[in-house]
Design a protein around this ligand. Structure first.
Ligand SMILES: *Cc1c(COP(=O)(O)O)cnc(C)c1O
Length: 707
């Protein structure tokens, strides 16, 4: 990466590797590598929000000079860099031993969003983190993969809550030069710009790269001068509301993304589509084969046998459907290239039960892929029912939609202090073998006191973080003291603390616990055994019902009758998700079933010893074992579901939390914490998940590809 060397020419030679390291997100899931930056200057590291590229640019040069002459720093530097280079150049690994020769042509992974780190805000929620965790794990396991997506330079909506509780969004434009992304250069040394084929007037994309361990992620940016204004905005935000612009966005993602790989000379063997948004990539694979001279049917057969498609949502509005007149407008000239007439083409995307609805991206992707799955067992069932009409002669249980339950990238989501504790009692190799349930039995060896103290420390860290943010808002924006209270200044580290943080989609029912206000008040205001709840999350800018739910919670947060025991923390992002899933006592989840396809934040909490209290939906149907948290089976009726939560709170959760033994430790509670770690960490890891994708789908698809 010459671009990087040039940008960091001021770094002393002895520690020049910091430049390369800062551009590889490998640092983000290796605490020793993060420490290498933090050691340079803790305050600047914090102010740069843990973004090493920004930090290296802003650091006084003397600091780097000093570090380059400091034996202690150099010792640490050499150790981290040696490990980094060893892992980047490693050839073997799980994939080569179990699946296929890693020298085969890579798997191309397409996703509309990626959640990797808070310095790269290219995500809206769970789908993005799933994609990010997937590619990090592919790097760890040595899966040959190349990823494609968008950069969304204005994608980050900084959330500010007005004094009346209404969410406002302040657009924040990404400073491309201060983010850990680099320009992909052409042979002339200029940034590579690719023209999206088959669309007139033309659309161009500038190509950027994020290195995620061993996996390259190519990002497209349409905000460049050569594009007209209408086209510049295509990749400005995630999921544009206007249907035509959305179609253009998905054409750029699928067809433009394929062209980017082609231009870079990257051939791929297998295509994995994360959700239907990038499904037009399938068309390009078919077209290439037809142009090589084989028949359309043969081309489809080949593409079909080498395509994996993961569907992520049972919410009907989550599946894009484009009207036929727009399909004609943008694909009219594409039909004959494939040797198809209009009807034959459009038929690929119709829903059998409702053929006039339009071109459905999920139906299209399901028809054109041999391997497809939902993201939990329950979501597999729901998807088989939902898409049964595509296989009219097949019984529901035989519909060929499989399931691979989501998992989280353990090195990313484990809190470093918790990791040290696990190292101490499970041996330093636990991380290497973390999808093996047997390893986790050793969690029982952790003395209750040590786990409890570590957890308490993380709770303090969360509350301090929230106080810090509130102080900043107070000083910078001079908002009213009531709103500062709503932001969490009265939080009390000794009170039982529930966390609820996720996108404020209405089906997630963030305000369910307010259903019976009197009953909730009693729990919050109990003098001896108080409860407090920390909320965070963003409503989609166009989602007024979601914003009303948020407003209701925010207004409760500054209602003195609730005693300052409700907090709403603004601007939920990856960093706040880390603090919250590590630091609360219980993680709450109460969507309307079966609309939570899987859910992953509860996994992040459980891994860090925070038990899950959830309705039986998504992953919790598989995850709950009676001892590792709490569950209730609801039907989506607010009255009954809220009742179930109060019951569990009053009868089980609150008494258990406050049952402290003579040594000051709630041993009964700690037992649940340990069980949460043990039972969920191996099974709901991205390691188990990627291995399952590889064994169920990638291996066979690679064989079909002749790899
Ligand atoms: C994990 C995560 C999500 C997904 O959480 P769900 O429980 O699946 O809704 C969303 N946003 C952020 C910032 C996350 O870290």
């Amino acid at each position: 990466m010459d671009d990087v060397k040039e940008r960091f020419s001021f770094i002393p030679d002895r520690i020049a590797g910091l430049g390369e390291l800062s551009y590889n997100l490998w640092w983000s899931w290796h605490p020793a590598a993060r420490m290498l930056f933090k050691m340079l200057d803790r305050q600047i590291w914090k102010e740069c929000r843990h973004n090493p590229v920004k930090m290296l640019r802003e650091l006084p040069h003397e600091v780097l000079e000093t570090a380059a002459g400091d034996p202690e720093y150099l010792r640490h530097y050499d150790a981290v860099l040696a490990r980094f280079h060893k892992e980047m150049n490693a050839k073997g690994g799980w994939f080569s031993e179990n699946i296929a020769d890693p020298e085969c042509l890579p798997i191309a992974y397409f996703s509309a969003e990626y959640g990797l780190h808070h310095s790269l805000p290219f995500y809206a929620g769970g789908l993005g983190f799933l994609a990010g965790d997937h590619i990090k794990e592919c790097s760890d396991l040595g899966v040959p993969l190349v990823a494609v997506g968008f950069m969304y330079p204005e994608g980050y909506l900084r959330q500010k809550i007005r004094s009346d509780g209404w969410q406002e969004n302040v657009d924040e434009v990404l400073d491309r030069d201060a983010a850990p992304i680099s320009r992909v250069l052409n042979e002339k040394g200029e940034q590579l710009v690719v023209k999206v084929p088959f669309i007139e007037p033309p659309i161009h994309v500038a190509v950027w790269k994020v290195q995620v361990g061993r996996i390259p992620l190519y990002l497209m940016d349409t905000d460049i001068e050569i594009n007209d204004p209408w086209n510049r905005g295509i990749s400005a935000h995630l999921y544009i509301g206007d249907i035509e612009q959305r179609l253009r966005q998905e054409i750029v993602l699928g067809i433009g993304g394929s062209e980017v790989l082609d231009t870079l000379g990257i051939k791929h063997s297998v295509l994995h589509l994360n959700e239907g948004h990038p499904a037009f990539a399938i068309l390009e694979r078919v077209r290439e084969r037809v142009e090589e001279g084989i028949s359309y049917n043969e081309a489809v057969q080949h593409v079909h046998s080498t395509t994996v498609f993961t569907t992520h949502t049972p919410v009907p509005a989550g599946h894009d459907v484009f009207p036929f007149h727009l399909m004609d407008k943008y694909f009219g000239h594409y039909y004959p290239i494939l040797g198809l007439n209009r009807d034959e083409f459009l038929r690929m995307g119709i829903q059998s039960g409702d053929p006039d609805a339009g071109f459905n991206m999920t139906a299209f992707a399901l028809r054109m892929s041999a391997y497809h799955n939902g993201v939990s067992k329950r979501h597999g069932e729901v998807s088989r029912r939902m898409w049964q009409s595509l296989w009219p002669d097949t019984k529901e249980e035989d519909i060929p939609i499989d399931s691979v339950t989501n998992g989280i990238h353990v090195p990313t989501w484990i809190e470093p202090k918790m990791q040290l504790l696990f190292n101490k009692y499970s041996g330093p190799d636990w991380l290497e073998d973390h999808d093996n349930p047997a390893i986790w039995e050793l969690i029982d060896d952790i003395p209750d006191k040590e786990l409890w103290q570590t957890h308490y420390w993380l709770k303090m860290k969360l509350i301090n973080f929230i106080h810090d943010r509130a102080r900043q808002r107070w000083v910078e924006n001079r908002i009213s003291p009531t709103n500062i209270v709503a932001g969490g200044t009265l939080l009390d580290p000794s009170a039982l603390t529930i966390g609820f943080a996720r996108r404020f989609a209405t089906y997630k029912r963030a305000d369910l616990i307010f259903h019976n206000m009197e009953r909730l008040k009693k729990l919050l205001n109990n003098r001896w055994r108080p409860l407090q709840i920390i909320f965070a999350g963003k409503a989609h800018p166009a989602d007024d019902p979601g914003k009303r739910i948020l407003q209701r919670i925010f207004n409760s947060a500054h209602d003195p009758a609730l005693g300052g025991r409700i907090a709403f923390v603004e601007d939920y992002d990856e960093q706040l998700a880390q603090y919250m899933t590590h630091g609360v006592d219980v993680w709450l989840n109460n969507p309307i079933p079966p609309l939570e396809a899987c859910g992953t934040s509860g996994m992040k909490a459980s891994l860090n010893s925070v038990p899950h209290l959830s309705i039986l939906d998504g992953w919790w149907i598989e995850g709950f074992n009676g001892k590792n948290g709490w569950a209730f089976s609801g039907k989506g009726n607010d009255e009954e579901d809220a009742e179930a939560i109060y019951e569990l709170m009053e009868k089980e959760i609150i008494p258990l939390f406050y049952k402290v033994d003579d040594d000051g430790i709630p041993h009964g509670w700690v037992k649940v914490m340990k069980e949460a770690i043990k039972s969920t960490a191996p099974l709901f890891s991205a390691r188990r998940m990627v291995k399952e994708y590889a064994r169920k789908f990638y291996q066979n698809a690679l064989k079909s590809a002749g790899a």
